[in-house]
Design a protein around this ligand. Structure first.
Ligand code: DAH
Length: 335
């Protein structure tokens, strides 16, 4: 066998390697299991004794040479596969899209932050409630007509604390008052944000699920004027210094006296309607204190509840509540 000619041939054929496929074919031809190098080693057994050393060395040399040639070729194919002039580094890059918080989350955070700065503590209570927390403890007895306006979805699951009664999805955040007062003694200044559920047909201003924020403050000698002062300050911070508001008498079973707060449409730049209702409030009813076993006559307190969607709609001029839940980026990115 002419080994130097074989080396020549290997060098020559290496020049025909243009891509990974031809490189692999080349490698197999020389270094494969049945390749030329293997063949030379196989011939050793029948070779004359004095030739064996030279043949072995020739086979090793050829293998080293072929490996070297393949490596050289690999470097070249790698460095020539992207030609520098094909990359225009002056072009703008592909930026990743950054999301942001949903407008409802932003609104909750904003309202929570106003009350926290005024000394309130935020607590979240369960969305699945008992009839006691959602109704009875709030002075809404089983047969009371106002129970209809807070009617809700019932679960199949039984309430283990009341025989024969089923659990439900809370229809307002007011049960948070009962839960927290049962566990803690005054003084209390707490806000409870969260989801609530009502069996309402969905339209531009109704949804079977929406968000509320409850607030209450209990201590000795809390007055209605404390409630007025707090809510006035809240409205100024949330809607702006010039906001005009009024307290209008209303009825809620869990407060006495009760009121609804309206803000003037003019302060929001709307002329359509003079007053817009924003929340319900009042002095906590003695029966609520009784339900949480507070000593009779010792404490007074106020409570209020507002709809988050409503606050966001008023502040930003959003006309349809359904927009909050559709996840249409064209809507969401405006806030
Ligand atoms: N829970 C009432 C509702 O869902 C709102 C409300 C009114 C909450 C008066 C209160 C309150 O705490 O004092 O309509």
């Amino acid at each position: 066998m002419d080994f130097s000619q074989l080396q020549q041939q290997a060098k020559q054929e290496a020049q025909d390697i243009t891509d990974t496929k031809s490189r692999e074919e080349y490698r197999l031809k020389y270094l494969g299991k049945k390749g030329i190098v293997a063949e030379i080693f196989a011939s050793l057994s029948s070779a004359a004794l004095h030739e064996k050393a030279a043949i072995g060395k020739a086979a090793n040399d050829l293998r080293t040479l072929v490996n070297h040639l393949i490596e050289e070729k690999s470097k070249k194919t790698a460095s020539t596969s992207i030609k520098p002039e094909q990359v225009d580094i002056s072009l703008p890059g592909t930026s990743s899209v950054l999301g942001h918080q949903h407008i409802l989350t932003q609104t909750i955070d904003e309202i929570v932050s106003v009350f926290e700065k005024l000394g309130f503590v935020t607590v979240e209570t369960p969305e699945i409630e008992t009839e006691f927390h959602n109704f009875t403890g709030l002075n809404i007895p089983l047969d009371h007509p106002s129970r209809d306006s807070f009617d809700t979805f019932y679960l199949d699951q039984q309430d283990r604390s009341a025989q024969g009664r089923r659990l439900l999805l809370r229809s307002h955040t007011s049960p948070g008052q009962v839960r927290i007062m049962k566990e803690h003694k005054p003084p209390l200044a707490v806000i409870v944000p969260g989801r609530v559920y009502r069996p309402d047909a969905v339209d531009a201003s109704h949804s079977f699920m929406f968000h509320q924020l409850e607030g209450f403050l209990v201590d000795e000698k809390v007055k209605f004027s404390d409630l007025k002062g707090l809510l006035t300050e809240f409205c100024r911070r949330f809607f702006g210094k010039d906001v005009k508001m009024r307290f209008r008498p209303h009825f809620f079973p869990f407060t006495e006296p009760s009121a609804e707060v309206d803000i003037s449409a003019g302060t929001l730049g709307l002329a359509r309607k003079k007053w817009l209702e924003i929340l319900g409030c009042g002095m906590i009813h003695p029966n609520v204190f009784k339900a949480v076993s507070y000593p009779s006559g010792k404490y007074t307190g106020f409570a209020f509840g507002m709809g988050i969607e409503r606050m966001a709609m008023l502040k930003h001029g959003i006309k349809d509540i359904r927009l909050f839940y559709e996840n249409d980026v064209r809507f969401l990115k405006q806030f």
